[in-house]
Design a protein around this ligand. Structure first.
Ligand SMILES: Nc1ncnc2c1ncn2[C@@H]1O[C@H](COP(=O)(O)OP(=O)(O)O)[C@@H](O)[C@H]1O
Ligand SMILES: [Mg+2]
Length: 316
């Protein structure tokens, strides 16, 4: 009996030991589990922080891109302002010269009058030159006012781009004229092939932006300094499609650049302050604003051709 009892005690002791071991094991497992859980929580927290940081970076990047796009648009506006200053300067200069000469005449007429030496023929000559001067001044000021008016239209269009009816030929000429200042410093000639009297209803500011960006690029990228060049802008209207072929006979682009030219930040002119956004803006305007298409055909050394289709409204 005693032996049985001993055996039972030993068995119980063994079972207790097993139970203690198992409990230790489960403590260990629980601890491991808790450790893993806290590591997981830490990781989760880190991921959350990284996600927030990435989102912040992304937001900053988007903001920067927007700012750059604005900057690029402003560059076109800057060209416009410089163009206005230059173009208006000529007629204003003529008016100033003419009115200065006229003041001279008035002064000497007054002197003769005061000395009582004013002859009839002096008076006649004066009246003739004075009316000639007045005519020149009037024409010059009218020319200046006309220029300011057309530039004002373009610059307002670039800010508030409402749909408006335009004469395509007149409008494109106005835009090209804003570049005459810059073009004069080069040997690039711009020709507009567009029939007159084509009236469409469209976004004039965006059209100005497209053409300006392409012209800026032709001036900046297509030719070597002092290289002679010809840019042709050919425009056709077919139904409600306005086809614009913008071509230069400059250096063109290689296939790699051609494939990426419309991507943002693609530029070969970063050292000269190029943003690589000009053609991206053009692409976005053509496809989104006008629901159109744009294609670049270019070969190294053989110039570039931009084929553009814009959807416009043709007033009944
Ligand atoms: N008419 C062109 N002739 C040759 N290369 C051009 C022409 N237009 C654009 N490119 C090339 O495409 C690139 C992208 O043009 P763009 O997006 O306007 O950026 P950016 O003018 O700031 O460089 C230019 O850097 C240039 O290499
Ligand atoms: Mg550009």
């Amino acid at each position: 009996m005693v032996a049985d009892a001993d055996k039972r005690i030993i068995e119980l002791e063994q079972q207790v030991k097993i139970l203690i071991d198992a409990s230790r094991q489960s403590d260990l497992v629980r601890k491991r589990y808790q450790d893993s859980l806290s590591i997981l929580k830490q990781k989760d927290y880190e991921i959350k922080i990284s996600k927030e940081m990435i989102e912040k970076d992304l937001y900053m990047l988007k903001k920067m891109q927007q700012e750059l796009v604005e900057k690029e648009k402003m560059a076109a506006l800057g060209t416009l302002v410089a163009g206005v200053a230059h173009e208006v300067n000529t007629p204003l200069g003529v008016a100033v010269t003419s009115i200065t000469a006229c003041s001279e005449e008035i002064r000497s007429l007054k002197r003769l009058y005061e000395l009582e030496e004013l002859s009839e023929s002096d008076m006649e000559t004066f009246l003739e030159t004075a009316s000639e001067s007045a005519q020149i001044v009037r024409e010059s000021l009218k020319q200046a006012a006309r220029l300011i008016h057309s530039f004002k239209k373009i610059s307002v269009d670039q800010n508030i781009d409402d749909v408006r009816q335009i004469d395509v030929y007149e409008y494109l000429q106005d835009i090209i004229r804003t570049f005459s200042n810059q073009l004069k410093k080069t040997r690039i000639n711009v020709e507009l092939k567009c029939s007159q009297g084509m009236i469409v209803k469209t976004y004039p500011g965006s059209l100005a932006q497209i053409l300006s960006n392409l012209l800026i690029n032709a001036i900046n990228h297509a030719y070597n300094p002092n290289q002679q060049g010809k840019v042709i802008i050919q425009v056709n209207l077919d139904g409600n499609r306005l086809y614009i072929l913008f071509m230069d006979d400059g250096n063109g682009t290689d296939d790699e650049l051609k494939a990426q030219a419309f991507q943002p930040f693609v530029t070969t002119g970063r050292d000269k302050g190029g943003s690589g956004l000009g053609l991206n803006i053009v692409y976005n305007l053509v496809t989104q604003r006008f629901g159109g298409q744009i294609k670049l055909e270019s070969q190294k050394g053989e110039g570039s051709k931009f084929f553009i289709t814009l959807v416009v409204e043709v007033p009944g």
